[in-house]
Design a protein around this ligand. Structure first.
Ligand code: UTP
Length: 279
C-alpha cells in the first residue's frame, strides 16, 4: 500500500482557549509548552511521523505566534549559531526541514466543523488527517495518527479515535455507539455530541484525532449548527455513517486533555519524568 496516501493534516488552532485565561489572552493556547515544546509542535511531529508532511493550520486572530513558530527566526539562528545552545533548536529545525506549512484564517469561531470547512481550501479533494493539538497523544513506538493511517488503508472511510472515559465525563465529548469489527475497531452506528450521562449509549469518547474523507466538506456545508449553536463535526460524521460508514478506533497509547488545566498539568509531569529527563 502507498504510505504516501494521506499527505495532509489539518490543525484547527483558532479556538479562544478560554479555560486557560488569562494565559491565553494574547498567546495562542496551542503555544502553551509541555515542558519546553509547544503543544502544536507535538502535534505537527506526530503528523509528520505519520507521513503527513503537509500541515494545514486553520488559525485566527491573535495566533500569529503559531505561524512564526513554523518559520525561521534569523536573529535567533545568528545568535545561537556555533554555540552549545544550538542543540535546543535541533527539534524544531527538523520539523521545518520536513514539514510544509500552509495557513488560512477562520474569521468567526463557529466550531470545529466550521474550522474544518475553513481548511478545505488547503486540503482539496483528498483524504486527510485532523489533529487537535490540545489532545496530546503519546506512543513511543507508533504515533496514534500512524495507527489510524493503517486503518484507513484497510477500510477506506473516515476514522475517529476513541477512548473510554468515566461515565460522568461523557457530556464533554462526542460519544460513539457501534458494533465491534474486532478488538479496538468499531463500526459506528451513531455519534452523539455531548450527551447527558443518562442518555449516552456508551462511554466511548471521540478524541482529537481523525482521518476524514473529503466528502466531509460538502456534508458540513449542509449541516445546520447543532449543540452550542456551533457547526458540529459529529453531526457531519453521522451523515457519513449512513452514507458509507465510519470506523472508530480505540488507539494504543496515552492521551492527555491539555485543553483542561488538570490534563495539562498531568501531561507536564508525565513528559518531564518520562521523556524530557530521559533525553
Ligand atoms: P475547544 O473547544 O477544545 O477549544 O476546541 P477552545 O474553544 O479553544 O477552548 P476553550 O473551551 O475555550 O478553553 C477544540 C479544538 O478546535 C479548535 C480549537 O483551537 C481546539 O484546538 N477550534 C474550535 C477552532 O479552530 N475553531 C473553532 O471555532 C472552535
Amino acid at each position: 500500500m502507498d504510505r504516501k496516501l494521506i499527505q495532509k493534516c489539518l490543525f484547527p488552532v483558532a479556538g479562544y482557549g478560554t479555560r486557560f485565561l488569562p494565559a491565553t489572552k494574547s498567546m495562542p493556547k496551542e503555544m502553551l509548552p509541555i515542558v519546553n515544546k509547544p503543544l502544536v509542535q507535538y502535534g505537527v511531529e506526530e503528523a509528520i511521523q505519520a507521513g503527513m508532511n503537509n500541515c494545514a493550520l486553520v488559525t485566527g486572530r491573535g495566533k500569529r505566534a503559531i505561524a512564526d513558530h513554523f518559520d525561521i527566526s534569523y536573529e535567533l539562528e545568528q545568535q545561537v549559531s556555533g554555540t552549545p545552545k544550538e542543540a535546543f533548536l535541533s527539534g524544531i529545525r527538523n520539523v521545518l526541514d520536513q514539514g510544509i506549512f500552509t495557513m488560512v484564517r477562520q474569521r468567526e469561531m463557529l466550531g470545529l466543523g466550521h474550522a474544518i470547512l475553513t481548511g478545505e481550501v488547503l486540503i482539496g479533494d483528498q483524504p486527510f488527517g485532523v489533529l487537535l493539538s490540545d489532545d496530546l497523544c503519546i506512543n513511543a513506538e507508533k504515533s496514534v495518527l500512524s495507527q489510524m493511517v493503517e486503518l484507513y488503508e484497510e477500510f477506506n472511510c473516515s476514522i475517529v479515535a476513541i477512548q473510554e472515559v468515566p461515565m460522568e465525563q461523557v457530556s464533554r465529548y462526542g460519544i460513539v455507539c457501534g458494533d465491534n469489527i474486532r478488538e479496538n475497531v468499531i463500526e459506528v452506528r451513531e455519534m452523539v455530541e455531548k450527551p447527558k450521562p443518562e442518555e449516552a449509549g456508551s462511554n466511548l469518547a471521540i478524541i482529537g484525532r481523525y482521518i476524514l474523507t473529503p466528502d466531509i466538506f460538502e456534508i458540513i456545508k449542509q449541516t445546520e449548527p447543532g449543540a452550542n449553536g456551533e457547526v458540529q463535526l459529529t453531526d457531519a460524521l453521522n451523515r457519513q455513517v449512513s452514507e458509507g460508514g465510519v470506523v472508530a478506533y480505540k488507539f494504543q497509547g496515552k492521551r492527555f486533555d491539555c485543553g483542561s488545566i488538570s490534563g495539562f498539568v498531568e501531561a507536564t509531569n508525565y513528559v518531564y519524568e518520562n521523556i524530557y529527563k530521559a533525553s
